[in-house]
Design a protein around this ligand. Structure first.
Ligand SMILES: NC(=O)c1ccc[n+]([C@@H]2O[C@H](COP(=O)([O-])OP(=O)(O)OC[C@H]3O[C@@H](n4cnc5c(N)ncnc54)[C@H](O)[C@@H]3O)[C@@H](O)[C@H]2O)c1
Length: 472
């Protein structure tokens, strides 16, 4: 099948490459010439495990090409819209201008009877709006196929998704011929696209447009709620002497709750969750559904509060004054296994510490090249070893494996003071404490009074004897 993918960012590039790997002939279109050039040469313009291999395979079979010219999409039967829908600069709502301009650009090149399918995450009513753009082409069918891939495991998520969702006009009832049961236009086209996945037993759900538009936002809102719930509880743990790691482990053993997304820490960021919960707020407000608006507001506020808590705890560990302190930050990307720094909690905290006068050095296995241009006030080091040299305080803010596996003895030999704030609660605190480190976390400080690092490099305060501060 001939397919075009419009917008080749974190979502579109992976979608194009996985469709080519399924045997389709795919052209990826993007307005960013540098990105298109790299993709065309078989290189991912960002770090995503497994993507380079798929791009190279697609290139060698000749089934995967990229272009900046939307006319190259003309022969495709199915077109996937994968452009960005970032938060508007003036409100909580999603900015749909990229989606509209991509659809307008595609319009003159659509073959008769073509199917246009959106994959971007959008607010309810977007399909109706795009139907207006396509109004002069009643032969063209529109569908919505929300995407659930996660950066870091995007290739696997695309090749073995949990489910496929098709939003079609009239919903499930209208998607099939009532006499024969045969799928109609959009459903039939998507079944052909995803045939290998359907044959492998991946569930397919057909629904109306509003449901398809809402599913992704609702799913992200639920995940964000779980994260902010356990983060709010983590603050309660610090205030009461409980340990959030033990608490969430015990809670997660209840199968009705589960332990996924129940790990307290610095909170979420990235190009999806924050803007999706804000878009949901904006949709709820427009539809007069105040509880959803209010609820998402609280989830967002708790998430951002974790960053403030981390900055405050860092200041406490520096004896109350950040100015002039040498602070090393482990992690810049918004989560491990990606180089994406969009709304990165780690870089937000780093920038706040620098604004308070600290000398901040940031290291990351993949994201340094993206980050240094955007944050000129920070110092970047590609090597964790170099970054740790002379640190008076270390903050672990993105839980890359490399940092989870750091040797406390080796790290201790590099720093000026053995004090670490593990804001992702992933380190074996006992092992670090055994090497003379003061270890703090978020919600895991049971029994630890605040320790203060004095100017002379001594660690003082209750618990500074490195016992009874934090158990792993
Ligand atoms: N990143 C994810 O993990 C993920 C997962 C599921 C859904 N989504 C959704 O997918 C959409 C895209 O997200 P992303 O992370 O890939 O964003 P992105 O910014 O990485 O990619 C968007 C791409 O669209 C291109 N573009 C913009 N206007 C264009 C046009 N007129 N024609 C062609 N290309 C154009 C941009 O140059 C960019 O390369 C968003 O709605 C997002 O919410 C993302």
């Amino acid at each position: 099948m001939k397919i075009s993918v419009i917008g080749c960012g974190y979502l579109g590039a992976v979608h194009a490459a996985t469709l080519a790997s399924m045997g389709h002939t795919v052209v990826g279109i993007d307005v960013d010439a540098t990105k298109v050039d790299q993709l065309g040469r078989g290189h991912a313009p960002f770090f995503e495990p497994g993507l380079d291999e798929l791009l190279r395979d697609g290139r060698s079979t000749g089934r995967l090409t990229f272009s900046t010219d939307v006319a190259a999409a003309a022969s495709a039967q199915v077109h996937f819209l994968c452009v960005g829908t970032p938060q508007s600069k003036t409100s909580d709502g999603a900015d749909l201008t990229f989606l509209v301009s991509a659809t307008e650009a595609l319009l003159p090149h659509l073959a008769r009877g073509a199917v246009v399918v959106g994959k971007s995450t959008v607010p309810v009513g977007t399909v109706d709006m795009l139907q207006g753009v396509l109004a002069g082409r009643p032969d063209v069918q529109l569908g919505w196929n929300p995407e659930f891939l996660r950066q870091g495991t995007a290739v696997k998520d695309s090749l073995v998704p949990d489910r496929l969702v098709y939003g079609v006009a009239g919903g499930r009832a209208a998607a099939f011929n009532p006499k024969t049961g045969a799928p109609r236009a959009v459903t039939a086209a998507l079944d052909a696209v995803y045939e290998p996945l359907l044959n492998a037993g991946i569930p397919r759900l057909v629904c109306n447009f509003a449901t398809a538009e809402l599913i992704k936002s609702a799913a992200n809102a639920y995940l964000a709620t779980k994260v902010s719930f356990i983060n709010a509880i983590s603050e309660l743990c610090d205030a009461s002497g409980a340990d959030v790691a033990e608490l969430s482990e015990a809670m997660g053993m209840d199968p009705r709750i589960g332990n996924r997304y129940m790990h307290a820490g610095l909170g979420f960021g990235g190009g999806c969750l924050p803007k999706d919960i804000r878009s949901l707020r904006s949709q709820a407000a427009a539809l007069g559904v105040d509880p959803v608006n209010d609820w998402m507001g609280v989830v967002d506020a708790i998430n951002l509060r974790q960053r403030t808590r981390t900055v405050s705890l860092a200041a406490e560990l520096c004896g109350g004054a950040l100015s002039g302190r040498a602070i090393t930050i482990l992690g810049a990307s918004f989560k491990p296994e990606t180089d994406d720094i969009r709304d990165s909690p780690a870089l937000d905290v780093a920038a706040r510490l620098a604004a308070a006068g600290a000398h901040v050095t940031v290291t990351d296995p993949k994201a340094v090249n993206h980050a240094w241009l955007r944050y000129p006030q920070l110092r970047f080091e590609a090597s964790a070893t170099r970054a740790l040299e002379g640190a008076e305080l270390v903050l672990l803010l993105t839980e890359w494996d490399e940092y989870r596996r750091l040797s406390p003895a080796a790290a201790g030999a590099l720093v000026r003071r053995r004090v670490i704030l593990d804001a992702r609660n992933v380190l074996d605190a006992a092992a670090w404490q055994a090497e003379g480190w003061v270890v703090r976390g978020l919600g895991t400080n049971a029994g630890a009074a605040v320790s203060v690092v004095s100017g002379a490099g001594q660690v003082s305060g209750a618990g500074a004897g490195l016992t009874g501060m934090r158990n792993s």
